[in-house]
Design a protein around this ligand. Structure first.
Ligand SMILES: Nc1ncnc2c1ncn2[C@@H]1O[C@H](COP(=O)(O)OP(=O)(O)OP(=O)(O)O)[C@@H](O)[C@H]1O
Length: 254
């Protein structure tokens, strides 16, 4: 089975604390993997390490190649990243922000090609940000801004996309749209890894990785009953995983 990302014996220390303690993970290509777990479990740190943005002990491979062996530009074309509450340059327009996603494909100081412009327009239309294209980021609401950042990641057209809390600030229609867009992306062959607090959305993924205390406590297919039991357990049985209209969802146990 082809793997997009392989993580072996990953350790991260932050502020004298062991935040990741020997993570082994294999992310299957052309599938959607969701990472969930309680606050402070180490999810964001794991995702950052998989993006090469977090110094760590251990090994991360992208399509079988060690990260450090890859040229930065080749890696930036293959792997796109959306961080949590990502900072952006407030003075840039939404259009120019999304165009930043094309940088790994452009030559230094070259003007964007017609292809770059078409890809940016597509990404902005699919995230409903096209009408915001001339506004500066500073003028946008939290959800509008998040959708612009999503468009930027889509504009990279990377084979592997990592997203940390992509639904932050998105209203329910845009959450549903995100789900539909991500399914289409994965069907087209992209590998998606997302850290999500919305358990009901995370359960729609193909595979689920559950992190607790810097360790993976469960990894399995979302349609495996053992995975659903592990979800309830890691959240101390304060939620129940139920089927509604043929879809698995999580509701509070009151
Ligand atoms: N720069 C840092 N220095 C010290 N400790 C850190 C640093 N960054 C993160 N931590 C700690 O590492 C642990 C894991 O953080 P991380 O952000 O990976 O958790 P998370 O599972 O994504 O949490 P959340 O669900 O709250 O976003 C937390 O206990 C956090 O306080």
């Amino acid at each position: 089975m082809p793997y997009a990302l392989q993580v072996a014996n990953l350790h991260v220390m932050l502020g004298g604390q062991a935040v990741l303690q020997g993570i082994d993970l294999q992310v299957r290509a052309a599938r959607w993997t969701s990472i969930i777990g309680p606050n402070g479990a180490g999810k964001s740190t794991l995702l950052k390490a998989m993006a090469g943005l977090q110094p760590a002990q251990g090994q991360v491979q992208l399509f079988g190649q060690a990260f450090e062996a890859m040229a930065p530009r080749a890696r930036a074309q293959l792997l796109a990243w959306l961080g949590q509450s990502e900072r952006a340059m407030d003075d840039l327009t939404a259009f120019d922000t999304v165009m930043l996603g094309r940088m790994p494909h452009q030559n230094w100081l070259a003007t964007p090609s017609a292809k770059d412009t078409a890809i940016v327009a597509d990404a902005m239309r699919s995230t409903h940000t096209w009408d915001l294209r001339e506004r500066s980021l500073a003028e946008l609401s939290g959800g509008e801004r998040q959708r612009v950042m999503l468009a930027r990641v889509l504009a990279v057209q990377a084979s592997v996309v990592l997203m940390d809390e992509p639904l932050a600030n998105l209203d329910p229609p845009h959450q549903t749209q995100w789900l539909l867009d991500m399914r289409a992306l994965v069907r087209s062959g992209v590998t998606l890894v997302s850290v999500l607090h919305e358990v009901a959305v995370a359960l729609q993924a193909d595979d689920l990785v559950i992190v607790h205390g810097g360790r993976i406590v469960h990894a399995g297919a979302c349609d495996d009953p053992a995975t659903r039991a592990a979800v309830e357990a890691v959240f101390e049985h304060r939620i129940v995983v139920r089927q509604v209209d043929g879809m698995w969802t999580a509701v509070p146990r009151l």
